[in-house]
Design a protein around this ligand. Structure first.
Ligand SMILES: [Zn+2]
Length: 321
């Protein structure tokens, strides 16, 4: 079975039919289970002799041997200038984490499928809440990255798109740890949703002018798409860029009486997301943008298997080949 097909099996993973099998595995068996899905190294060939390296074990705190690193023991390889040993977790999602990978796997399931609070998840996976906070951050990093991939454009000819610029309180936006500079403190949120779908894009820009707006839209939205906006003048160049542009003056009414255009859908999405974020960190705070992307991610994959989507995106963020 290909890694892709094996990964697809996570779509039907649940606490009855998926978890008991995982729970009964040894640590090595679980690493093989991950490797079969492209989430962990199967083996890493030696850069000198190009043959699979041996796996060195170390003894864990509980006295169980666990895999530790890949190493080639051939004399000629050890004598070469190439690096013949490499840590087991190097370049994987698990790098920097010397703790039970099974627990982390279960945590990720609870994180995307349940509404448990951190303390409840910590009790269920038997680690301390601070560890869970850190794990949650790593998951949110993956989710945020999902919305920063303009390689995939949305919209299309005969597709309707609702677009809106929304001001963001400057205290809401912080620089993200791992992508310094991607976010700006004083921002405007440019976001859109394709009508009748859960395809969304969102980007935060420091400048509210036509050029910045157009740069963002052309990155995310396919030309030919019908874009519906309010009457702000910054949208006036959209037709020249190859979009069909329709407006509605929503200070007067949500639906333009002549064209039937409305911008309600994107507005109700923003307010729904804000409602979800508020109990987590208020409407301001250090993690506001992360929680924003998380809520948006949950919306986007509402009808999919979120557990599968998460691990598929992890496998794309950490390609192992
Ligand atoms: Zn070798």
């Amino acid at each position: 079975m290909s890694a892709q097909a094996a990964l697809l099996s996570l779509r039907s993973f649940n606490l009855f039919s998926g978890w008991p099998e995982v729970a009964s595995m040894t640590k090595d068996e679980f690493d093989d289970y991950l490797a079969a899905k492209g989430l962990f190294w199967k083996n890493r060939p030696c850069p000198n002799c190009h043959e699979p390296r041996s796996i060195t074990h170390e003894i864990s705190e509980s006295g169980e041997p666990i895999r530790f690193k890949f190493e080639c023991y051939k004399r000629k390889c050890k004598a070469s200038r190439l690096v013949v040993k490499v840590g087991l977790l190097k370049d994987t999602f698990f790098e920097g984490l010397h703790c039970d990978r099974k627990k982390r796997f279960l945590f990720s399931f609870l994180y995307v499928t349940s509404s448990m609070k951190v303390e409840e998840m910590a009790r269920n996976v038997e680690v301390d809440p601070n560890t869970c906070v850190q794990w949650g951050q790593w998951i949110r990093d993956v989710m945020a990255e999902n919305f920063n991939n303009p390689a995939i454009q949305i919209g299309g000819v005969e597709e309707d798109f609702f677009l809106q610029l929304a001001p963001i309180d400057e205290t809401n936006i912080v620089k993200r740890k791992h992508n310094v500079g991607r976010m700006v403190r004083d921002g405007w949120l440019v976001g859109g949703i394709q009508d009748g779908t859960r395809s969304v894009f969102v980007e935060i820009t420091g400048r509210r002018d036509q050029a910045s707006l157009e740069a963002i839209i052309t990155r995310y939205v396919t030309r030919g798409t019908t874009i519906r906006t309010d009457c702000w003048g910054g949208y006036n160049g959209l037709a020249a860029l190859g979009y069909v542009h329709e407006t509605v003056n929503h200070s007067l009414n949500f639906v333009n009486p002549t064209t039937g255009v409305h911008t309600q859908r994107v507005e109700s999405l923003w307010s729904q997301l804000k409602k979800e974020i508020k109990p987590k960190c208020g409407l301001r705070g250090d993690n506001w943008d992360d929680h924003w992307f998380q809520a948006l991610w949950m919306f986007k994959y509402h009808e999919e298997s979120k557990f599968y989507e998460l691990w598929k995106q992890i496998s794309e963020k950490y390609p192992l080949n």
